[in-house]
Design a protein around this ligand. Structure first.
Ligand code: DOR
Ligand code: ZN
Length: 335
C-alpha cells in the first residue's frame, strides 16, 4: 500500500456558486483543500467591495469549522484606482471574462481595447493585483484559446509588472507562451489533463465532460501533462470545478462545466503516481501557487492512499466526473 501526504493543497480556480448550491459544494472543497481562488461569475457578478465581503461571509458560513480560506476575486470591469485601493485587501485577484464566452459572463469585456483598459491595468500592476483571464475569442470553438494568444502577448508586453494568469489552459499554444513572457502564469484543471474532445463527443456525447474551454487534441493534452507533471514553476492547479444541477447538464442546451472538486486530489495522486511524478505534486497543488500569489495558508495535512474509491453517483444533485466509477486513490486522513 502506498500513501502520499500533501500539505495545504490549494485549488486556484473554483466555482462555488451561491445559496443552496454553495451550501452543498463548499464543504466538499473545504474538506480536502486549504483554500481556493473563488470565481466571481455569480448572477449578478461580484463587482463591489460589499459583494466581495458578503460573498466571503456566505462561503465561510457554508463550510464546517475546519480551516478553509476562500481567496476572493472581483469580476473584471474598468475599475478606477481609488476603488482598487479600497478593495485590495479583500481580494487576491481580478477575473476577466470576454463577454458571453461562458457561464454567467454576459457582463464581461466586449473588446480588448488596451487604451480603455490601461488605467485599470496600471493600477492593478501598482497594487500587485493579479489578472486572471478566461482566454478565449469568439472564433471557431477549437481555435478560441489559440486565437487568444495574441491578446495575452499584447497584455504581457504592455503591462510587464502585471501578473497575468492564463486560466484553465487547454492547448500546447498556451503552454508554449509560459516561457515567452516573465509575467505570464497558468492554471491547469484535472479534466484537461485526462480528456480530449474524443472523450466528450467522439462516441456517445458525455454532457458531464462538456466545459469551456472545450477539451482539445491529444498533443495538447500531452503538453499540459508535461508541465503539470514536472510542476513547471509558473503552473498551478486550478480545478475549474463547476457545479451545475443534473437537469442543466443532461439537457438540450447543456451548461458548460465539469464537477471535480470532491475527487480532484485523489485523481491527481493517481495520475502523478502513474507517471512516477508524485514528488512534484506538492508544487503543482500548493507551493507554486503560494509563491506566485504570495499566500501562506494555515497548516493542513492530507494523506492519500492507493486504495480504490467508488465515486458517488451524485453529490446533492450534481454529477461528478467519474460518477459511479472506481478510481485508484482515496483520502486516508485530513489533519
Ligand atoms: O466550463 C466552464 N464552466 N467554464 C467556465 O469558464 C465557467 C464554468 C462555470 O461557471 O460553470
Ligand atoms: Zn472557471
Amino acid at each position: 500500500m502506498k500513501t502520499h501526504t500533501l500539505l495545504m493543497p490549494l485549488d486556484m480556480h473554483l466555482h462555488l456558486r451561491d445559496g443552496v448550491m454553495l451550501e452543498n459544494v463548499a464543504p466538499l472543497s473545504a474538506y480536502s483543500f486549504s483554500g481556493a481562488l473563488v470565481m466571481p461569475n455569480l448572477v449578478p457578478p461580484v463587482t463591489t467591495k460589499e459583494d466581495v465581503i458578503a460573498y466571503k461571509e456566505r462561503i465561510m458560513a457554508s463550510v464546517p469549522n475546519d480551516y478553509f480560506e476562500p481567496y476572493m476575486t472581483l469580476f473584471y470591469q474598468n475599475y478606477d484606482k481609488a476603488f482598487l485601493e479600497s478593495v485590495v485587501d479583500d481580494i487576491l485577484a481580478i477575473k476577466l471574462y470576454p463577454a458571453g464566452i461562458t457561464t454567467n459572463s454576459e457582463g464581461g469585456v466586449k473588446s480588448f481595447d488596451i487604451e480603455a483598459m490601461r488605467p485599470t491595468l496600471n493600477a492593478m500592476s501598482e497594487l500587485d493585483i493579479p489578472l486572471c483571464i478566461h482566454g478565449e475569442t469568439d472564433g471557431f470553438v477549437m481555435d478560441r484559446e489559440a486565437e487568444f494568444m495574441s491578446i495575452y502577448e499584447l497584455l504581457a508586453q504592455n503591462f510587464p509588472k502585471l501578473k497575468i494568469v492564463m486560466e484553465h489552459i487547454t492547448t500546447k499554444a498556451a503552454v508554449d507562451m509560459l516561457d515567452k513572457y516573465e509575467n505570464l502564469y497558468a492554471t491547469i484543471t484535472l479534466h484537461h489533463l485526462l480528456i480530449t474532445l474524443d472523450d466528450v463527443v467522439g462516441g456517445m456525447m458525455k454532457p458531464h465532460l462538456f466545459c469551456k474551454p472545450i477539451a482539445k487534441r491529444p498533443e495538447d493534452r500531452e503538453a499540459l501533462l508535461k508541465v503539470a507533471l514536472e510542476a513547471h514553476p509558473k503552473v498551478m492547479f486550478g480545478s475549474d470545478s463547476a457545479p451545475h444541477p443534473q437537469h442543466k447538464k443532461e439537457s438540450c442546451g447543456c451548461a458548460a462545466g465539469v464537477f471535480t472538486a470532491p475527487i480532484a486530489l485523489q485523481v491527481l495522486c493517481e495520475v502523478f503516481d502513474e507517471f512516477n511524478a508524485l514528488e512534484n505534486l506538492q508544487d503543482f497543488v500548493s507551493d507554486n501557487a503560494q509563491r506566485i500569489y504570495g499566500i501562506c495558508p494555515e497548516f493542513k495535512e492530507i494523506t492519500l492512499v492507493d486504495l480504490p474509491f467508488t465515486v458517488p453517483e451524485s453529490y446533492s444533485g450534481v454529477i461528478p466526473m467519474y460518477a459511479g466509477e472506481t478510481i485508484g486513490w482515496s483520502i486516508e486522513s485530513v489533519e
